[in-house]
Design a protein around this ligand. Structure first.
Ligand code: NAD
Ligand code: ZN
Ligand code: ZN
Length: 346
């Protein structure tokens, strides 16, 4: 089968032919319909060898949707042909966090060498993939596979980040979304669907700001040195009750801290290496700063339910598997609007 692999530290990903995977006991084989392209892959492919926790080659893709092609011995609950989304942050399945469905915070995954598909285990950017356990599968139940696949990360990650801050987003509150790309443009829709918050979006190009407005941002502001002052002006000096930073670079983290209202949540989702010093008086009083990772299994079901209800629609650009290396170049250059989706069997 064809697979998109990161094969050598620092080299571009390649489309290669590898043996078809064979399903083992307890596993599920999927024929992949769609795989989303996340900016985190670029971060992984920029890491020095000593920072990489798994061996290469790596089949990329941690957002996957496919049709069940074969069930391993002992697997029940699914039938061949079922269209399913893959819950990506695989854990041990039995520790205190996994027992709550929070496999993204598994206490034992690192020690047991368990990795998410596309981030250590063979991923979704291939014609077939192995899912280690049927508990990682969520039925699409009528959702379009291409529109649904980004929900497994670009939807789930902002959903988790927003849900934990819902008590702060009372009527009259403001939410700021920094970086309106794959995750950010879904975050805007989730905020509009789940809250009454006024949404202020920040990005660096007019094209991204246009998408932010189109998906529901009340205000779209150029992310420059003046952005924090502009957000302060737009909120009558108060600031925002929730700041979601989907870039996480030093300048955006500084902006995030500067626009946080008293008792706000500043949530750093982007992995751009920025940090926010916290001390008395800065950021504002009682601001909570956190850096969440992905989301829980039940939250994935909730995001898919929101999509079925028509409350969130991902803006997708589709590409064939042979175009995947080019798609990563476009993503790196900021040229993808919304989320790029690879069709491995398209
Ligand atoms: P993306 O490339 O689709 O979107 C990033 C957006 O940020 C783009 O629209 C870009 O124009 C914008 N941007 C760049 N610099 C900016 C600046 N200075 N100010 C404002 N906007 C700026 O990326 P994505 O796939 O949506 O991922 C976003 C980030 O979230 C990445 O860092 C990714 O690694 C990270 N991520 C984290 C998690 C997690 O669980 N914490 C999960 C998925 C992705
Ligand atoms: Zn991701
Ligand atoms: Zn666990």
């Amino acid at each position: 089968m064809k697979a998109v692999q990161y094969r050598e530290i620092g080299a571009a990903p390649q489309v290669v032919t590898v043996p078809d995977p064979e399903v083992g006991p307890g596993q599920v084989l999927l024929r992949m319909t769609a795989a989303g392209v996340c900016h985190s892959d670029i971060a992984v492919m920029s890491m020095p060898a000593e920072a990489l926790r798994f061996p290469l080659p790596l089949t990329l893709g941690h957002e996957g949707v496919g049709a069940v092609a074969a069930l391993g011995a002992g697997v029940s609950g699914f039938a061949v042909g079922d269209e399913v989304a893959v819950y990506g942050p695989w854990g041990c399945g039995s520790c205190a966090k996994c027992a709550q469905g929070k496999e993204n915070y598994c206490l034992r995954a690192a020690g047991l060498g368990i990795f998410p598909p596309g981030l250590g285990a063979p991923g979704a950017m291939a014609q077939y993939m192995i899912v280690d356990d049927p508990r990682h599968l969520v039925p699409l139940d009528g959702l379009d596979p291409v529109a649904a696949v980004p929900l497994t990360d670009a939807g789930l990650t902002p959903y988790h980040a927003i849900k934990r801050s819902l008590p702060k987003l009372v009527p009259g509150a403001t939410a700021v979304v920094i970086g309106t790309g794959g995750l950010g443009h879904v975050a805007i829709q989730l905020l509009r669907a789940m809250t009454t918050a006024r949404v202020i979006a920040l990005d660096v190009t007019e094209e991204k700001l246009a998408l932010a407005r189109a998906v529901g941002a009340h205000e779209a502001v150029l992310s420059d040195a003046r952005a924090a002052a502009t957000v302060r002006e737009l909120t009558g000096g108060v600031g925002a009750e929730l700041v979601l930073d989907f870039v996480g670079a030093p300048p955006t983290v500084a902006t995030a801290g500067a626009v946080a209202a008293v008792e706000a949540d500043v949530t750093l989702v982007g992995i751009g290496g920025g940090t926010l010093p916290v001390g008395f008086g800065s950021p504002a009083y009682e601001v909570s700063v956190s850096s969440p990772y992905w989301g829980s299994r039940s939250e994935l079901s909730e995001v898919l339910a929101l999509a079925r209800a028509g409350s969130v629609a991902v803006h997708v650009e589709t590409y064939g598997i042979d175009e995947a290396p080019l798609v990563y170049e476009r993503l790196h250059a900021g040229k993808i609007n919304g989320r790029a989706v690879i069709l491995p069997n398209g």
